[in-house]
Design a protein around this ligand. Structure first.
Ligand code: PMV
Length: 360
């Protein structure tokens, strides 16, 4: 980790552009509750998505020490709320990137999916931004290696905990857990061991029940874990579920995988309901979708499970081999329950992609 504290880029040109596209991820074992400087109360495990991505384009200009600053647009338009978050994030990581003091950054970001709807747009955005900043430090680096991604994961974590996991594919673990070698609370690690075919090409069809902004932010939700009456039990449950799901994946046990995945999703929302004050992000359609999945699974002996992020949208997970059976069910029974017939057909992805443009 020595590179975490390197002094900055040696030969950054006077201006240039970097761009990173980074995916969202969906947690199987949920991170809910934090301590210290964005450290997780429990270890989490996620699947990295392919199509739900953020693309961050960062133009920089050298402007002399002390004159650094940032312009920010979201999909080409001013967005004061996001800009405020970007400015405070850049301030928070300045100690590791002192060269930011002499750069004017013009940042534009865009998503392939609705933001603030519990599809972890902060994960894809913050990881793409962290990757761009790390790329500035390693401007000439053509093929980023382990150190680069580890640092990006560490930096992404400071922006949004779950963003630390988006840096890796096809699955990532964040938080120290005996089931994953070299796992850490400081950054995520990739889960790249050979896993059975069933889990290699997981499909994630996201039923968008509501694409609007969440009424309670994740940061507020994490905070409510601090005095939560069930916090200790939840942490023990997450610790044990992590081990069980890794065993299920390694031993190709779909039913156990499905039961832990659902237990995690419902426990996350149960923690919200039983917070003080309690709140719910679930909608009537969310519950109806869950019921329909359970009935369909029973009737067709289908390999399908569901999970929820911090929002009402339902992620339907199934192996690629099951697609033929499951797709008609989704079209017929799930789609009508979504907002404007909106479903996103996503799947396990390959992780982020970066580009350095020729100097301008
Ligand atoms: O990364 P944050 O602070 O937005 O928290 C996200 C927490 C969940 O999405 C609900 C669960 C998870 O592990 O992704």
């Amino acid at each position: 980790m020595s590179r975490l504290f390197s002094p900055g880029p040696e030969s950054l040109p006077s201006s240039g552009r970097v761009q990173w596209t980074s995916p969202s991820n969906i947690a199987l074992i949920k991170y809910w509750g934090k301590r210290g400087l964005q450290l997780p109360m429990n270890a989490s495990l996620s699947v990295t998505l392919r199509h739900s991505v953020s693309c961050v384009t960062l133009d920089f200009r050298q402007v002399g020490n002390g004159n650094g600053g940032v312009d920010f647009t979201f999909e080409g338009r001013d967005h004061p709320v996001f800009k405020k978050r970007v400015v405070s994030y850049l301030d928070s990581i300045r100690q590791w990137f002192p060269f930011l003091d002499r750069l004017w950054l013009t940042i534009d970001s865009g998503n392939t999916f609705p933001h603030s709807a519990g599809i972890a747009s902060s994960a894809s955005f913050m990881s793409a931004l962290a990757l761009c900043i790390c790329q500035l430090e390693d401007y000439w680096l053509k093929e980023p290696g382990d150190d680069f991604f580890r640092k990006a994961s560490f930096m992404a974590r400071l922006g949004s905990g779950s963003a630390s996991r988006s840096v890796y594919s096809p699955m990532a673990a964040w938080g120290k857990h005996p089931a994953i070698k070299d796992s850490s609370d400081q950054y995520a690690v990739p889960v790249r061991e050979k896993i059975p075919q069933t889990f290699q090409n997981l499909q994630d069809t996201i039923a968008i029940v509501d694409a609007g902004t969440k009424k309670v932010s994740s940061s507020k939700g994490h905070q409510l874990m601090n005095n939560h009456p069930y916090a200790q039990n939840r942490l023990e449950q997450a610790q044990s579920n992590f081990q069980k799901i890794m065993d299920a994946i390694r031993n190709n046990q779909w039913d156990t995988f499905a039961s832990i995945t659902e237990n995690e999703a419902l426990s996350l929302h149960a923690m919200m309901l039983s917070s003080v004050p309690g709140f719910s992000l679930l909608k009537q359609q969310t519950l109806e979708i869950i019921e329909r999945v359970k009935t369909f699974r029973k009737e067709h002996n289908a390999m399908i499970t569901f999970t929820l992020d911090a929002g009402p949208n339902v992620h339907l997970l199934y192996p690629k081999e099951e697609k033929e059976t499951i797709w008609p069910f989704i079209q017929k029974q799930i789609k009508p329950l979504t907002e404007n017939n909106k479903i996103i057909a996503d799947q396990m992805g390959d992780g982020p992609n970066g580009k350095v443009f020729a100097n301008s």
